[in-house]
Design a protein around this ligand. Sequence first.
Ligand code: 5GP
Ligand code: ZN
Length: 113
Amino acid sequence: MSCLFCKIIAGEIPSTKVYEDDQLVAFKDITPQAPLHVLIVPRKHIATLNDLEPGDDALVGAMTRRAAIIAKAHGFDSSGFRTVFNCNKDAGQAVFHIHLHVLAGRTLSWPPG
Ligand code: 5GP
Ligand code: ZN
């Protein structure tokens, strides 16, 4: 298994987990870009958004809903938060196991760089 996030999910590489269930794991980003920066990943290895199948719709829905729950748990539901999926080179995807970034705790600029 060569995937970094599969290794984190398996516990072979340490991480600061904030949530896990039978489908998802959420852990703190090692290089946080905001006071709260969590990555939500499916246990199932899916390389990019381009590889999603119809059967993954509920999984992606669960990731999105979990982002809102995690933001709220940290007190950022009203002040706001951002969720981001990067896909492939131009978006800066560096780890090819889909992950939803959850960023909060500062004003985030738009448009993104
Ligand atoms: P991407 O650019 O693929 O959307 O985001 C990958 C994210 O994974 C980056 O924000 C990066 O800081 C984070 N990351 C890379 N390696 C590790 C690691 O070993 N542990 C954790 N917790 N995050 C990592
Ligand atoms: Zn993986």
